[in-house]
Design a protein around this ligand. Structure first.
Ligand code: SDX
Length: 433
């Protein structure tokens, strides 16, 4: 049965349709609001605005639920692999064994990058941030692999080519930044182990693969694979809505993810923990500063626009800390600081009243550190994980007949009608006044 909302504006009553989602979420469809009333809505940051209908990921922020195509994140983290999860997100179903095999073979075959792409890296300053390099390199892929939009099979190959090569380009950025020889992908290694080998193998010390760390990397990337309409996914959809090629839309997503309020938070958490340790700040001092509106100190890795309870991914990431640290036989003092901070914040009125809980970034940096990933590469790791979600969302937007180019309205607050005054007259008037 159709539902409606009534609105009374300037004494006139209008009726607006209500859209109901498969989990019972409701939205007022305001597409006829301006034509009927001349009014628009106002929602900076879009916290209360649905930008699209989507069948990819479901989140319940109050209950801490996260599902990819209906499957709970906990089950995928426990039993799936990143490649299988990527297939699920992009196609909408879990792969058959043959589909999984052919996908893995294609990912392996597509993993080398065009040799002339290496020249791009040589000319970056040594301290260039790998997120800036990655965003540029993904955009550059359009020049090397022009995708043929009207061929379904070619688009599937484009998706897999992106997922495969982003790993190689990320590892190249790291190797070149430390002045080491680039390690090429190996045909005998799976997606995650190939990445670890490209990152850490060297002519001097061959990398010794550890299956527990390969599993941890699968779980890390599964947890990051999609998250409905977050900032970077919205960037991918907005840029994609202009019908630009997929590489440029994904490159925009990488740039949006880089920010410390978004994917850059995992790097910001480690910097925060290191600063706390270096300055000898007590947990009490941290909590007090995080609550002080006059102080720009924030508890990075805490709070979320949607989750008003514990981020289900943070729970799994926290468990991974113990597993990975035990495996690498390392005790990370930052983990103790993180745990004490979390305990204090979860028991603090300010954080409880504002529903501020650890999010996926709070513990992820500690897991990555334990795996030997350098801090500057943390957000790159997030980007590699999020790529299947960006692709799935871009594809859903591209084929949705209801979707149009994104062009929001505004409420103008600038000068009312003004006259142009030639510079001579302006100078004359200012000298007189
Ligand atoms: C990700 O959207 C997604 O799904 C993102 C993501 C994904 O998978 O794509 O989940 C990944 O980006 C996780 C978030 C990582 N960012 C951080 O950890 C940075 C620290 N967190 C905050 O900056 C903040 O919580 C945000 C950006 C995450 C959410 O910001 P909102 O929803 O705009 O909330 P807000 O900034 O308006 O905060 C509401 C109140 C404010 O106090 P008042 O103005 O009401 O007095 O809570 C306070 C804020 O000052 N607050 C914090 C805080 N986060 C919010 N106070 C101290 N420490 C914090 N971390």
């Amino acid at each position: 049965m159709e539902e409606f909302a009534k609105l009374i504006i300037d004494g006139k009553e209008i009726t607006l349709p209500v859209i109901v989602g498969s989990e019972g979420e409701r939205a007022i469809d305001i597409r006829s609001l301006r034509p009927q009333t001349g009014y628009i809505t106002f929602d900076p940051g879009y916290g209360n605005t649905g930008a699209c209908k989507s069948a990819i990921t479901y989140m319940d922020g109050e209950k801490g639920i996260l599902r990819y195509r209906g499957i709970p994140i906990e089950q995928l983290a426990k039993s799936s692999t990143f490649v299988e999860t990527a297939f699920l997100l992009i196609t909408g179903k879990l792969p058959t064994r043959d589909e999984l095999t052919s996908t893995s073979v294609y990912l392996n075959d597509a993993s080398p990058v065009h040799e002339s792409m290496k020249a791009f890296y040589q000319n970056y300053p040594p301290k260039a941030h790998p997120m800036g390099i990655l965003s540029a390199m993904v955009n550059a892929m359009r020049s090397f692999y022009p995708e043929l939009i009207d061929l379904e099979e070619e688009m599937n190959n484009t998706y897999l080519r992106l997922i495969s090569k982003i790993r190689t380009m990320a590892a190249m950025a790291y190797k070149i930044s430390i002045g080491q020889r680039v390690i090429y992908p190996r045909p005998d290694l799976c997606y995650c182990s190939n990445f670890l080998n490209m990152m850490f193998d060297s002519a001097v010390v061959p990398y010794r693969m550890d299956n527990d760390l390969v599993r941890a990397l699968n779980v890390f990337w599964i947890l990051h694979a999609d998250h409905e309409q977050n900032c970077s996914t919205t960037a991918v959809r907005v840029v994609g809505s202009g019908k630009v090629n997929i590489y440029s839309a994904i490159s925009a997503g990488i740039s949006a993810l880089w920010g410390p309020l978004h994917g850059g938070a995992n790097q910001a958490v480690i910097h925060m923990l290191e600063r706390i340790r270096k300055d000898g700040m007590s947990v009490e001092q941290c909590i007090a500063r995080a609550k002080d509106a006059e102080d720009d100190f924030r508890l990075m890795g805490f709070g979320h626009r949607v989750y008003k309870t514990y981020d289900p991914r943070a729970k799994i990431m926290k468990e991974m800390c113990d597993i990975v640290l035990k495996k690498v036989k390392c005790k990370d003092p930052l983990l103790d600081i993180a745990r004490n901070l979390e305990e204090a914040a979860l028991n603090d009125t300010y954080f409880k009243e504002k529903n501020l809980y650890p999010n996926v970034d709070f513990y992820s940096g500690i897991v990555l550190r334990a795996m030997g990933i350098p801090t500057d590469m943390f957000t790159v790791m997030f980007a590699i994980g999020r790529l299947p979600g960006w692709i799935a969302q871009w594809k859903e937007d591209w084929i949705d007949p209801e979707m149009k180019i994104c062009r929001p309205r505004q409420i103008y607050t600038g000068n009312i009608l003004n006259e142009y005054v030639p510079i001579d007259q302006r100078e004359e008037e200012s000298s007189v006044s």
